[in-house]
Design a binder for this molecule. Structure first.
Ligand SMILES: Cc1cc2nc3c(=O)[nH]c(=O)nc-3n(C[C@H](O)[C@H](O)[C@H](O)COP(=O)(O)OP(=O)(O)OC[C@H]3O[C@@H](n4cnc5c(N)ncnc54)[C@H](O)[C@@H]3O)c2cc1C
Length: 404
């Protein structure tokens, strides 16, 4: 890892976080050469290895936000972030685990007791993996535009419509789908808030009437994105999460954790690029005996990235700690959005500088830099673009009027 190990700690850490950090470090160090082999599987075969999925479950990462009574450890969000960051520092960040943690949280906070008892223990054990589907071709940044309809029919709901860019549907057991149970016009006519009328459904991936086609995307190496088509797909009433028409409230609960875990992945990825950059800059000699790392034009950008990484990490830890102690959501949101902004910009900068530091070798596949440029870049756009992050900070932290 780049930097001193002291910076990987925080005044917020308790024994629980230190134990998680140590367990993740021990696991990843023990992998040794296998880390590179696994990264090749991700980059060349475009498949996130099952053994890493299992490791995340057995280390307690996917169960960390689930209370003990439902089979988890209750270690909290900071513990998840600490472990995710470490995996990502080796290019082994796990988006499906992030989505599963986030969906698990929606079930914990918004679901009923039957759902918690039925689903959470399997999530904690790593047996139940969950994708998340909100985006549609015409509903991305503006999720209130969602058109996919869910119609009540006896003791079931029938879903009709389309989703796009949905990650890892082929690896997941269920998809948490955001659907419309009251039409937009009806909501507007009744003078109800824009957030009214959305509901959440857990849809098993083998549900008849739900089909998928793979999209030709890059950005989350090891996992693919899918178009999902729903043609009167039947979903049992017991898989409605939260109250009908009130799904947005449940969803908002999971947004800050998603930004925080996303930040931990970007901060880890920054480490991935810095470590490689420093190693190369210490060895490569171009003019005489001094390595290129002695040139300030090479060293200073890396030092700046390192400083920004630590700033983003401090914000990310603050956000996670605030979330774990149930601070008001505006406090968590401010830290979480700032962490997401800085960590995504910095990870992209780190990728760019790593490639520059490596000269032509930055474009040689074996150095595994150029293939990681898209994953570093993605965080500026998804799951939410940085313009919306700035909108949040401008509105909620600075008190400026909303523009959209
Ligand atoms: C690799 C990948 C994986 C993904 N995985 C998932 C997934 O698993 N599940 C899921 O539901 N979705 C997923 N998405 C979708 C992703 O969340 C959306 O692409 C993203 O939210 C942006 O929506 P959009 O593409 O419709 O962009 P648009 O809404 O069309 O926005 C385009 C651009 O306009 C600008 N913009 C828009 N509104 C504003 C505003 N109010 N102020 C300022 N600027 C604005 C921004 O620059 C934005 O990037 C994934 C996307 C990618 C690329």
């Amino acid at each position: 890892m780049a930097g001193s190990s002291a910076t990987l700690s925080s005044p917020f850490f308790t024994d629980v976080h230190r134990a998680m950090a140590e367990a993740a470090d021990t696991y990843l160090e023990r992998l040794g050469e296998r880390r590179t082999e696994l990264l090749h599987v991700i980059l060349d075969q475009r498949r996130y290895p099952e053994e890493l999925m299992e490791a995340m479950a057995s280390l307690g990462v996917v169960g960390a936000m689930i209370p003990e009574q439902y089979g988890g450890s209750g270690a909290g969000l900071l513990a998840v972030a600490v472990a995710m960051e470490r995996f990502s520092a080796y290019g082994l960040g796990n988006t499906l685990a992030m989505l599963t943690v986030m969906d698990g949280l929606a079930i914990l906070r918004g679901g009923n007791e039957e759902q918690r008892l039925r689903l959470l223990p399997s999530i904690a054990e790593g047996r139940l993996k969950l994708a998340f589907a909100i985006t549609e071709p015409d509903a991305g940044t503006n999720s209130f535009n969602i058109g996919l309809r869910a119609r009540h029919d006896g003791d079931a709901y029938r879903l009709t419509g389309e989703k796009a860019w949905i990650t890892a549907v082929d690896r997941a057991d269920m998809v948490l789908v955001v659907a419309r149970t009251t039409g937009r016009e009806e909501v507007a006519r009744a003078g109800l808030p824009r957030a009214f009328g959305l509901s959440l459904f857990l849809v098993p991936t083998d549900t008849p009437g739900m089909s998928r086609t793979e999209m030709a995307t890059v950005g989350i190496e090891g996992f693919s994105q899918f178009h999902l088509y729903f043609d009167d797909a039947e979903v049992s009433e017991e898989n409605l999460v939260g109250e009908v028409d009130q799904g947005a409230a449940v969803l908002f609960e999971a947004l800050n954790p998603e930004r925080i875990i996303g930040s931990s992945l970007s901060i880890g990825l920054t480490d991935y690029f810095l470590t490689r950059s420093v190693q190369y800059a210490n060895q490569r000699r171009v003019f005489g005996e001094r390595p290129i790392g002695s040139y300030q034009a090479v060293a200073h950008p890396l030092a700046r990235i390192r400083a920004n990484q630590e700033a983003a990490r401090a914000l990310m830890y603050s956000a996670a700690e605030a979330y774990d102690r149930h601070a008001p959501s505006t406090v968590v949101g401010t830290y979480a959005n700032m962490a997401k902004l800085l960590s995504s910009e910095n990870a992209f900068e780190a990728a760019d500088r790593a490639i520059q530091t490596h000269g032509g070798n930055g474009f040689v596949a074996d150095y595994m830099l150029i293939q990681m440029l898209a994953p570093a870049r993605l965080a500026k756009t998804a799951p939410i673009n940085n313009e919306m992050i700035l909108n949040y900070i401008a509105e909620h932290d600075l008190g400026l009027p909303r523009s959209y």
